[in-house]
Design a binder for this molecule. Structure first.
Ligand SMILES: NC(=O)c1ccc[n+]([C@@H]2O[C@H](COP(=O)([O-])OP(=O)(O)OC[C@H]3O[C@@H](n4cnc5c(N)ncnc54)[C@H](OP(=O)(O)O)[C@@H]3O)[C@@H](O)[C@H]2O)c1
Length: 275
């Protein structure tokens, strides 16, 4: 799928770097196929040392020339200047993949000034450890092959869901912002353990592994979380006592409302990006 593709990653920061690592570890893509950019030349030197053969440059226009796929991984604040510098150098068939939060495929296509295929992706930070959850949506000129190629790229750093673009704010509210909610849960569980006398480092590891293992069990068995929960709640036991406490304080409603609030905020920020 990607072995004959030349890929340019513009803005090889946290997310761009995670994608680069995932792609090169996957063996389907050779370092010579990839060009990456950022302004910090020392950081680019370090990447070349880490991935011999990788092509690095501070010049975005140079990076996109001859590229089959261009991944926009800069911050939204600089995207206009980056697009300005590359748009004359893109071939009409170039697949442009954007991970910019809150920027639609249509506004990107308009800024690019040509009907290139654009696919939008919303990854999350666990992509840094190859456990990301990414949603992707094809724009007006994106065909199945473009969506498939984008899927392959993001599968290098986790799992991928293909969704209509109108649901991207909801994705931002759930998986995009979700790591923040889960970190709070891990932190609070750790404090719970410490309150009961556990040493903090052990409590922290127990809490994080409990979240990680429970998620793995859900994903690997495909079983409904409520069934898995029922299986650990012995009648009259400890877990059901705690579940009653969580229900009393509205844990589920709280999380449902948190996703709704983040979704709404994402929509507001997307509107601001347009103006
Ligand atoms: N982090 C997340 O959880 C997350 C989730 C989903 C989507 N996103 C999106 O991913 C994008 C990148 O986020 P990030 O967290 O990876 O940010 P980041 O670490 O700041 O990476 C952005 C990179 O862009 C480079 N850059 C800045 N100006 C440039 C230019 N003119 N030409 C080329 N490169 C340039 C910066 O390096 P230099 O300073 O060296 O140029 C930096 O390394 C954002 O648009 C964000 O909305 C992030």
């Amino acid at each position: 799928m990607l072995s004959d593709q030349h890929i340019a990653i513009l803005g090889v920061g946290n997310m761009g770097r995670a994608l680069l690592g995932g792609l090169l570890r996957g063996h389907d893509v050779a370092p010579e196929q990839v060009r990456v950019t950022r302004r910090d030349t020392q950081a680019l030197d370090a990447l070349r040392e880490e991935f011999p053969g990788l092509i690095t440059t501070t010049d975005n226009a140079e990076a996109v020339q001859g590229a089959d796929i261009v991944i926009l991984a800069v911050k939204p604040q600089v995207v206009n200047e980056v697009i300005e510098s590359v748009r004359e150098h893109l071939a009409p068939s170039t697949l442009v993949i954007s991970i910019l939060a809150g920027v639609t495929t249509e506004s990107l296509r308009e800024s690019l000034g040509q009907d290139v295929p654009v696919v939008r992706a919303m990854p999350n930070t666990p992509a840094l450890v190859d456990e990301g959850a990414t949603a992707i949506a094809g724009g007006r000129y994106a065909e199945d092959i473009h969506v498939s190629r984008t899927r392959t790229i993001f599968e290098a750093v986790g799992s991928v869901e293909v969704l209509p673009e109108r649901l991207m704010d909801a994705v931002t509210g759930l998986s995009g912002s979700g790591p923040a909610y889960v970190y709070m849960i891990i932190e609070a569980l750790t404090d719970g353990g410490v309150k009961q006398g556990l040493p903090r480092p052990q409590a922290f590891r127990l809490a994080a592994q409990t979240v990680f293992g429970s998620a793995k069990l859900v994903l690997e068995t495909g079983r409904h979380p409520a069934i898995l929960r029922d299986e650990v709640t012995t009648p009259g036991g400890t877990a059901i006592a705690a579940v009653a406490e969580l229900e009393h304080h509205g844990l589920r409603t709280m999380l449902i409302n948190a996703v709704a609030t983040a979704t709404k905020r994402s929509a507001e920020l997307s509107e601001l990006n347009k103006s």
